[in-house]
Design a protein around this ligand. Sequence first.
Ligand code: T1G
Length: 699
Amino acid sequence: MIDYRVDADGVAVLTWNIEGRPVNVMNEETVAAFGDAVERALADGTVKGVVVASAKDDFVAGADVEKFLEDRSLEEIIALSVTMTRITRAMETGGKPFCAAINGHALGGGFEIALGCHHRIAADKPKTRVGLPEVTLGLLPGAGGTQRMSRMLGIQKSLELLLEGRRLPVEVAHKAGLIDAVVEPEDLLAAARKWVADNPNARQPWDDKGFRVPGGAVQSPVGQQVFPTAAAMTRARTWGNHPAPQAILSCVYEGLQVDIDTGLRIEAKYFANLLRDPRTKAMIKTTFFDMAAAKKLKSRPQGVDKAKFSRIGILGAGMMGAGIAYVSARAGMDVVLLDETREKAQAGKARYKAQVEAQIGKGRLSADAGTALLDRIEPTDTFADLAGCDLVIEAVFEDRELKATVTRKAADAAGTAALIASNTSTLPITGLAQAVDRPEAFIGLHFFSPVERMPMVEIILGEKTGDPALARAMDYVQAIGMTPIVVRDSRGFFTSRVFASYVLEGMTLLRDGVKPALIENAAKIGGMPVGPLEVTDATSLSLLWDVRRQWKLDLGDKFEPHPADTVLELMVETLDRPGRRAARGFYDYPAEGPKRLWHGLTEHFPLAEAQPDAETVARRLMHIQAVEALRCTREGIVGPTDANIGSILGWGFPAITGGVISYVGLKGSDTFSEECRDLAGRYGDRFLPPADIDSLLAA
Ligand code: T1G
């Protein structure tokens, strides 16, 4: 677990090497073993100093996050934090120098161990990251990180890192003062040993009487300026929906006004409260474990060889097609980008030429790599150029006939080995598959806009889509660095259908005479990143209106009108306000200055006498999404895990809930059902939840 060796010069090397785990993680067992080794080194008269090292590729990856999903008492959680503090304070004040030899990733508690050493030396490895990412898990550094980093860097610099949870390359950490030296990997241990031998009387700055917080204390002008600003910015970013950033601010604000030992106790209290918050567990389960499993294709069909994609074809060089071409070329694939004319195909490629040049300008891409990326995109108007493609993705307008025509031609040109996909956002895959004579090799790959920034692809299975096609589609999504979710075919699949419920409810609130600003702000109070009216503008009212009319045509008397249809029709057909692209939708988009809600809204949607409270508006906007998601789960369209992942990555459902299905579990199925029935009684049957919620939550 922790290897203990003392060399001839009296330097003890404590080496983390946990059996059976790919990375070193901290839990009761490993922390106890580390604590024993520290005590042994301090008690050993032959030991003059200590190096903390790792035998694995990485240093220490922090607390064992698997343990966070267990039900723990407050006392148990505080005990882990207090144990870590006892150990790191023994390292700091035991009278012997400690040096961390950081050979790889040192994150969370792993970096907190390093901060508990008097000195930190890192191996110069470009991929290594160090830092305290706890806030991204809904937590805070619970092993001294808030107290030590703030005393090392001062208030402002430490808050920036703690509130963002940034993972730093070693050079950046070195420049920031978090690491003291960067050496060649092969020199790391020798350098650490030498430092220990040369610094027998090492002490932490905060253990010296005259210690002052760098840059100014909390009650200094700096402190008085930074904290209110940081608190306001945190509130503006989280709308009070994320407790961790607030708790970090409190740890630093309170901890810096007392001695380190008291500060560490303050931190332990806030850490334990966060860990006990059910939202934290929900967020960790979905964003740490389930998303990692999805990225690793844990649900990929067995028995299908891993597919390689060296050449792919994209039909349609519009915004989506060009984006898919770009992310595929970025992953090293040759891309045939086809449109009805060569000029249009060129224009699609040009959309990303500017983006590549910008990345080169920012130093994120070398000029050669940028040129090579663009050279891999071959614009054409000739179907024959698709010969030999491993995959063809159709990304033309949402028009069945056009899709069928181009798909058939492309499938013939690409040959029978090619996987054929459509990027349609709403049209059923089973119907589109009729365009090819191999429906088992036809699948939906629903990308989100902007393609290069959205981390997820929704894979849709047609009735006849085979496992080989699914496995290959998952391999492609992984190859372009994205996370797949898998859903069954239905109108709107999962993401478009549930996202639509959100924006349609926003428009219904408008029709009901609720103040537009209240609608938008209540959505953020509910945890959404963007209000329904704003995101509808961005998606385009005319697109939504086209989809609604297409559904009415397709479904005939089975079509369920929605109260929002009248709002869409008025805005698009009568008022000609199709959305952001036309610079007029629910918002005005002046050439200068920020967008603002169109003043004409209250003229066409008169305000109701009695305005609902923000909580009711938020509940309408959030519950409607959960009800629609539960319906999708009950219809077998998507499982709860992929629904959670898809809601967070697809349209920004608040990660603190663990996702749209987890949101129901957090509220409790009985409470959720009761609230939905109340909403149904007041606003319409669309809020009526499925009867069998509990069975759907764990499906
Ligand atoms: N806890 C539990 N399991 C972990 C883990 C962790 N901290 N880190 C990795 N694993 C598992 C991971 O699930 C996977 O399992 C396997 O190890 C290999 O990981 C007290 C409260 C270090 C950059 O956020 O970012 O410390 O899939 O595939 O690509 O203040 O792992 O094989 O079953 O990701 O080489 C803060 C999380 C915790 C770091 C390596 N620490 N880990 O990446 O390998 S909170 C983190 C990573 C905390 C303290 C607080 C990465 C990595 P499986 P992998 P990799």
